[in-house]
Write a protein that binds this ligand. Structure first.
Ligand code: ZN
Length: 165
């Protein structure tokens, strides 16, 4: 993925902004451990890719990669897609004029809809970080479930929220 010169220098790439490196010397094994994450930007998103890890230290590389991702998540960036060794993130959206809508059940119209989500522990923030919200929606009112159940409806402030059953 990254291009290197003969002496190991990363060549500048039009999209490349930074290379994050982490390394230490493990004296018991006489081994220099190094991991390297490439940070590339284009107009709409940022990609963080684990491009190098000392043999046998892949999981450390992935932890380091996720640590960099977690920092962005704490700044309200969003994960667009991810794989074993990369994350694509989109920047925080401006919140000045959010549309006045709410998610409702397309079958019964109730706003008592819930979704499952996935969180991962972050060593950096020492807390659970939201990774993904799953597509599937469950309606607590009519107990319907499905990937297409959720609709966005205008928020009618004059209507009181539905009473709990
Ligand atoms: Zn429903």
């Amino acid at each position: 993925m990254s291009r290197k010169t003969d002496n190991g220098q990363t060549l500048p790439d039009p999209l490349l902004r930074a290379t994050h490196r982490y390394g230490f010397y493990k004296s018991s094994e006489d081994l220099h451990v190094n991991v390297e994450v490439l940070e590339a930007h284009d107009e709409t998103c940022l990609t963080l890719t684990l491009v190098a890890a000392t043999e046998g230290w892949d999981s450390l590389g992935k932890q380091y990669l996720y640590g960099l991702v977690a920092l962005r998540l704490s700044e309200d960036w969003t994960i667009l897609s991810s794989g074993e060794r990369y994350y694509v993130l989109t920047p925080p959206q401006p919140k000045e004029n959010p549309p006045d809508v709410k998610p409702v059940c397309s079958r019964c119209g109730s706003d008592r809809v819930v979704r499952d989500a996935c969180v991962r522990w972050s060593q950096i923030t020492r807390g659970w970080v939201l990774i993904d919200v799953h597509e599937c929606t469950f309606c607590e009112a009519c107990e319907a479930e499905g990937d297409d159940l959720l609709h966005w409806a205008a928020n009618d402030a004059s209507q009181p929220p539905e009473a709990e059953q």
